[in-house]
Design a protein around this ligand. Structure first.
Ligand code: UDP
Length: 538
């Protein structure tokens, strides 16, 4: 991957003239800073001021033109973490004429994607905040092709997982520090700034306790398209399986240890009659871990970032997440949320150590490894006595860190029992036939006919045609839901019907207007849209 910018591709004088005459042009998508991505021509960056620069000229464009709202709080989020005040993007403005007095610009010929990585040393953050969002931001804009270049502006060094970022494009990603070596004033010919948040499923608890995002928009299908891409880039093929089924224990070797790992492995092997192997980030290459996980029947691991690797598990596999003492599994669900995304087709099981004798605490370690010696005595005692970490904001909460960095002797019978409640026979990839969750279209040609019998009774005969897409589908069960609402009333009578017509007589009054709502339902839970409301007068 080439690191230097090839100036050969650029007619320098033409580029400079275009910058001076046309200035910067920006057009963005998104209504708020939290959902905005901007496309720029001739966005510049001063490596001395560490500021982006927008040059005004007669031809410059700035959409949205927010005025000072651009600072309330920012134009956009540079990372995929929503509205984090350390991740904001903005630029300073200058007239293009100021270029005369500025350092000679160095032009970036590649189409650039300019973003912040959120926490490049933590594997969960790497996949969830950076790799998936970058991959799908590149899918969103067609000139972000494999020849585009990534610019990481958060200011970190490469970090331990840099090789993964390199897979996303054919060009070496550049870090903020490296920009200084390229020149004092950089100008990006064409660039995109910001990241799509459409694939993220978890919020880390900066303003409210952590948990699944309120409106998850990604399914297992898109996750697996991404992992397929990553596996191709890593040269891990899916077809390598020897057919033998096995369990992977993903161990941590520095902290949050499983103290009886050998015993655990033996017990799993015996219980499920499967080979059981261990992997760790310290002892295996990333490709080896992906290769092993992508064919595994079950992944067992302590709560922790390494569990994001369940992204690579085959459909039908089981994730078993182990939680140390006093940590409520329901309060920390990034991996549960991932495993249970629609279409991920993974089984998820949480086990928690509830035995105080089976935990080993480290009160004297530094605070960021869970030490509590820096707290006052009463607080230390309260934490040590507590049987559950209360819900909290921020991952730096000392009680959380104290409990998160305990080592655990796993109680084997209790773990096996919890797994057995979910995994009845052999765990692992079942050759599931594609059940496809396709939704019905609207029912068609809905009609009603009223008949009045006397002064108190009436009937309403309603009929409709099947949704248009049904004739191309094999659907196990097709039902119709009909709501009958008297005009002006808030309530309605709901019916579930199997046929394409029905005569309603219950509670139907003469000389009344009814609104009839009809929709189709496939296989009990795939609800289609309502057809245009039908007005029926008796
Ligand atoms: N890590 C590891 N082995 C260890 C401890 C940590 O591989 O013994 C990895 C972990 O998977 C993560 C990073 O180091 O990618 C940071 O771990 P930390 O405990 O800070 O975060 P957590 O796993 O709790 O998210």
């Amino acid at each position: 991957q080439s690191q230097e910018l090839s100036q050969a591709q650029i007619d320098y004088h033409a580029a400079l003239q275009a910058l001076v005459e046309d200035g910067t042009r920006m057009v963005c998508t998104g209504r708020m800073h939290t959902d905005r991505i901007c496309r720029f021509e001739s966005l510049c960056y001063s490596t001395e001021a560490e500021e982006f620069i927008y040059f005004h000229s007669n031809s410059s464009v700035m959409l949205p033109n927010l005025g000072s709202r651009r600072f309330q709080p920012a134009l956009l989020d540079l990372s995929s973490v929503e509205d984090h005040n350390t991740q904001y993007f903005n630029f300073v403005e200058l007239p293009a004429a100021a270029l005369t007095y500025m350092p000679k610009p160095v032009f970036v010929p590649d189409v650039a994607l300019i973003v912040n990585r959120f926490n490049p040393d933590n594997l969960m953050h790497v996949f969830h905040d950076d790799l998936l969002p970058i991959y799908y931001t590149m899918q969103q804009f067609s000139d972000l092709d494999p020849e585009a270049r990534l610019f990481f502006m958060e200011g970190w060094s490469e970090g331990v997982h840099f090789d993964l970022y390199k897979l996303l494009s054919n060009k070496q990603p550049l870090l903020r520090e490296q920009l200084k070596t390229l020149g004092r004033l950089l100008c990006f010919t064409k660039s995109y700034v910001g990241l799509s948040k459409i694939t993220t499923w978890y919020q880390y608890g900066f303003v409210q306790p952590q948990g699944p995002k309120a409106n998850i928009l990604v399914s297992g299908n898109e996750i697996r398209q991404f992992t397929k891409f990553m596996m191709q880039k890593l040269n891990v093929s899916l077809e390598e399986s020897s057919g033998e089924e096995y369990i992977v224990v993903f161990s941590r070797t520095i902290n949050r240890l499983i103290l009886n790992e050998a015993e655990l492995i033996l017990a799993l092997a015996q219980e499920f009659q499967m080979k059981t192997i261990t992997v760790s980030l310290e002892e295996h290459s990333f490709s080896d871990i992906v290769r092993l996980i992508s064919n595994a029947s079950m992944l067992v691991s302590m709560h922790g970032a390494q569990l994001v690797m369940s992204l690579f598990l085959p459909r039908g596999a089981t994730v078993v997440e182990l939680f140390p003492y006093a940590i409520n599994p329901e309060h920390y669900t990034p991996y549960k949320t991932l495993a249970t995304l629609p279409g991920m087709d993974l089984q998820y099981i949480a086990w928690q150590n509830t035995n105080r004798e089976d935990t080993v605490t480290y009160p004297d370690r530094p605070w960021d490894q869970g030490g509590i010696a820096h707290l006052d005595k009463a607080e230390q005692e309260r934490i040590i006595k507590s049987t559950e970490v209360p819900r909290h904001i921020s991952c730096r909460n000392p009680e959380w860190l104290f409990r998160a960095y305990q080592d655990t002797k796993v109680n084997i019978p209790s773990l096996i029992q919890v797994i057995r409640q979910t995994v009845k026979s052999k765990p692992g990839p079942k050759k599931q036939k594609w059940s496809g969750s396709l939704y019905p279209g609207k029912v068609r040609d809905a009609k009603c006919q009223a008949s009045v019998q006397g002064t108190t009774e009436a009937k309403l005969a309603v009929s409709w045609q099947i949704p248009w897409n049904l004739k191309y589908l094999k659907v196990r069960e097709v039902k119709y839901e009909v709501w009958i609402q008297e005009q002006g009333e808030n309530t309605y009578m709901p019916y579930i019907l199997s046929h394409q017509n029905h005569t309603f007589s219950e509670n139907i009054k003469p000389f009344t207007i009814y609104l009839v709502w009809i929709r189709c339902i496939f296989n009990k839970n795939l609800l289609g849209p309502f057809a245009d409301v039908l007005l029926c007068s008796t």
